[in-house]
Design a protein around this ligand. Structure first.
Ligand code: UDP
Ligand code: MN
Length: 241
């Protein structure tokens, strides 16, 4: 039987949330043996999102994972970190030691071939991500079938200068590292997470035809603030009471 892919999606309430999750669900509907962990940046789960997720018919778990309030107004804020930590905790609590973990944000674009590639991950697999920063790509450099270096426009002292969408982890491998962690450190989440699972460069499994193909893109949706809608209570009372 195919290993299960645990697809972890941080998401947060804003007016683009429903279209983003709809689009992502319509990708995931094509993928067999996938469990969708939808971690919402909110202090509780609500019926609306639960109903919506139910209707897609994808096996899923809906988690409430608010960003701690002390980070809310920091710039940059640790976006999606509380969410991913909640998913890591969920996996840990269930002693899930089979399957593959992948962090898939709600606004990225995923080629269906990505899923068959990452499903075979033995320890940690890596592959390029399109539309990252200045170079418009971030990913491993491969020589003779081995990862030897990384290309990324913002290395910033990272041992693993990769994007969150550029790797997958086998859960049996990850379970050997009890201190697995993703700290609230904007820009360094991937690096510190990968450092916490004792990875060596020669162990990395390059995917996407030796990292020559882009199967995931860091697309970003133009955000707009929701308008503040004022409801005139006098008018409401007048009409409806
Ligand atoms: N996110 C979140 N809370 C926030 C901002 C973002 O949970 O306050 C989620 C978002 O839905 C996405 C991930 O964290 O899945 C990364 O955020 P975003 O896509 O905005 O970051 P970028 O792609 O610009 O780095
Ligand atoms: Mn994004």
């Amino acid at each position: 039987q195919l290993p299960v892919i645990y697809f972890v999606t941080p998401t947060y309430p804003r007016r683009e949330q429903i279209p983003e999750l709809t689009r992502l669900a319509h990708t995931l509907l094509h993928v067999p043996r996938l469990h969708w962990l939808v971690a919402n940046d909110r202090d509780r789960c609500d019926k609306f999102l639960d109903n919506m997720l139910n209707k897609f018919g994808i096996p899923f778990t809906y988690l409430a994972s608010p960003m701690p309030s002390k980070f809310r107004n920091t710039k940059p804020a640790p976006r999606g970190v509380a969410n991913r930590r909640a998913a890591l905790q969920w996996l840990h609590q269930r002693n899930l030691t089979a399957g593959v973990l992948y962090f898939g944000d709600d606004d990225n674009t995923y080629d269906l071939r990505l899923f068959s590639e990452i499903r075979q991950t033995q320890r940690v697999s890596m592959f390029p991500v399109g539309l990252i920063a200045e170079y418009a790509v971030s990913g491993p450099v491969v020589r003779n079938g081995k990862v030897v270096a990384f290309l990324d426009s913002w290395v910033a002292g990272r041992r693993w200068p990769v994007d969150m969408a550029g790797f997958a982890v086998n859960l049996a491998y990850m379970s050997q590292y009890p201190n697995v962690n993703m700290p609230f450190k904007p820009g360094y989440e991937e690096d510190l997470f990968l450092r916490s699972i004792g990875l060596r460069i020669d162990q990395i499994e390059p995917k996407g035809n030796n990292c020559t193909e882009i199967l995931v893109w860091h697309t970003q949706t133009k955000n707009k603030k929701s308008p503040t809608v004022r409801i005139d209570s006098a008018l409401l009372n007048d009409r409806f009471n």
